[in-house]
Structure formats: C-alpha cells, structure tokens
Design a protein around this ligand. Structure first.
Ligand code: ZN
Length: 302
C-alpha cells in the first residue's frame, strides 16, 4: 500500500472552480506554516444566504416487523445490524444551475473564518459548454442513490440544479446541523488545459473552527481518493498538489465544517481528455461508484 505523502509541505496553486487564484503553503506537522488569522467577525450567514428549504433527511427504512404468527424458536437472532444503516452523509453538489443568473446574489461576501469570499460561484465548464454545476449535480444524485441503497441516510445541500446558492457558509451548516458522519463537496476543476487528473481537497486546520475534523477528514479523503482512483482509473492531478491531494484553508465549506468533510475535484474540465470522460454518463456512474465506495469504507471504520 502506498504511503501518501500528506505531511510534506505542498505549494498549492489555486485555480480551481472555487474561484480566485492564490497560492498557499500547506501546513507541515513538523513545521506548521502560519495560517491566516481567524477573523473575529461573527458569521452572518443568515443575512446573506438565500432562502433555503429546510434540509429533510429521510428517516431510516424500518425493519420489517415480525409476523405475529412467528413460530417460537430457540435460535437467537443472527442478523447483525447493517453497519451503514442510519448513518448520515451530506452531499454538496458544487455550484448551482441558477448561479449565473444571480450574479449579484452569489457575489455577496461571506465570512469563511480566514477571511471573506463570494457566497458562491458559477463554476467551470468544458470547452464545448458542459457546465460543472450539471456534472456535479448528476454525480451527486448517482452518489445519493448508491449510498441510500446501502442504508445510508443522505441529504443534499440543494435538491435541484436550477436555483442559486446556497452560500458556501450554508453548505457547511447543512452538514453540521445534520450531524453528518461524513460530508463531501463534489466538484470538477477548471485548471490548465495541459493538466489533467483528479484531486481531493483536505481541510487545513483553522484554529478555533475546524480543528476537530482535520484528522477524520484526512481519513475520509484518503478513503475517497483510493476508491475513486480504483473505480475510474483516473490519474491524480499532474498540475497542482501532491499525489492527488491539496490542503486548503480558503474554503468556507471546510473551514466551517464541524463534521468530517472533503472536496473532490473529479477531473479538469479544461483538459480535453478529462472533459470527454466527464461528459460520458457511464463514466459519471463510475465516479459515483468510486466516491460511494470511499465513503462507505470510511463509515465502516469510523
Ligand atoms: Zn467547483
């Protein structure tokens, strides 16, 4: 099994669909890089978030009741509860189909703990116009269906691809309020056209905010990374990060999470090879299968 070099300090170029281009150095456990100061400004997400429908997590599927005429038996029950039954996972399909028509709304600045950032962004697209929000929502639905079939209770941060937002602060809050065992933001990148591959984004510790979820998020990220690679054969990103990982403190979705959470950037929409795969429904199903396998592996060991 390959040892993943997460501890290495990694210079990260941020050209992702999350918006903005900047560069940070990932912290190293042996020599932690200084992190941006945490703002003391209260998060005013209620003032900036669009109206959001309450998140409804489907109740667990009830076990079939025993027939009233069941024969008396001396054999003890041998059916163990499914390890995934009733566990809660929140899936965050990155961006939203209505964002482009709500430019002013999604440009609202929100507090992400290490600064401010746009409420949401439009996202990337392939050269022939397949938008990232549609890709993300499609994979999120496939992922939801697979996890639900395994007994997991799933909530999405938005349940259609026609509205705008919710703001990144709200996307994090939905996972927190659901007390999710795991949360994942599903994205694809808009990087250099010459680079391809997938990567997983792990939370950098932000003092006083997400310290408790950094370690379990790393385990979640490693499980998703391994299973996604196995299911898809997609190489790890060759244009940023290290071994298909980046560590970031500029994403509200990770800074503000109180539950284990990662982002996956499933491929680079600006790259022709990746774009052709991402536009293929059968391949999107393989990606969803890979992410589902990673999440369930994490749930079974946590
Ligand atoms: Zn994105």
């Amino acid at each position: 099994m390959r040892v993943i070099g997460l501890a290495a300090a990694v210079a990260i170029s941020l050209s992702a669909c999350g918006g903005g281009t900047s560069s940070i150095a990932a912290p190293s456990p042996s020599a932690p890089a200084p992190l941006p100061e945490v703002s003391s400004t209260p998060i005013e997400q209620e003032a900036v978030s669009p109206p959001a429908a309450p998140v409804v997590i489907p109740p667990p599927v009830p076990a079939p009741s025993a027939p009233s005429t069941a024969p008396v038996t001396t054999t003890p029950p041998s059916v163990a509860p499914a390890p995934l039954a009733g566990r809660v996972v929140v899936i965050d399909p990155g961006h939203d189909g209505g964002n482009a028509a709500h430019a002013r709304d999604i440009a609202t600045q929100v507090d992400i703990g290490t600064g401010t950032k746009e409420c949401d962004t439009v996202g990337a697209q392939t050269a022939d116009g397949y938008p990232e929000h549609a890709l993300n929502f499609d994979v999120a639905q496939r992922l939801r269906d697979r996890l639900t079939s395994a007994g997991v209770r799933v909530a999405l941060t938005h349940t259609d691809d026609t509205g705008w937002g919710p703001c990144i602060t709200r996307r994090a809050a939905i996972g927190n309020e659901a007390h999710a065992a795991a949360a994942i933001s599903v994205h694809a990148d808009g990087g250099s056209s010459s680079g391809r591959g997938f990567h997983v984004i792990l939370p950098a510790p932000v003092a006083g905010l997400n310290d408790a979820i950094v370690a379990p998020s790393r385990r979640l990220g490693q499980a998703v990374h391994s299973a996604f690679a196995a299911a898809t054969g997609e190489p790890t990103a060759d244009y940023l990060g290290s071994d298909g990982y980046t560590v970031r403190s500029d994403l509200g979705g990770l800074n503000l999470s109180t539950v284990p959470k990662v982002f996956i950037e499933m491929g680079n929409m600006d790259n022709g090879t990746d774009a052709a795969r991402l536009e293929t429904p059968a391949y999107r199903d393989r990606m969803a299968a890979g992410v589902a396998a990673g999440i369930t592996a994490f749930l079974k060991e946590s």
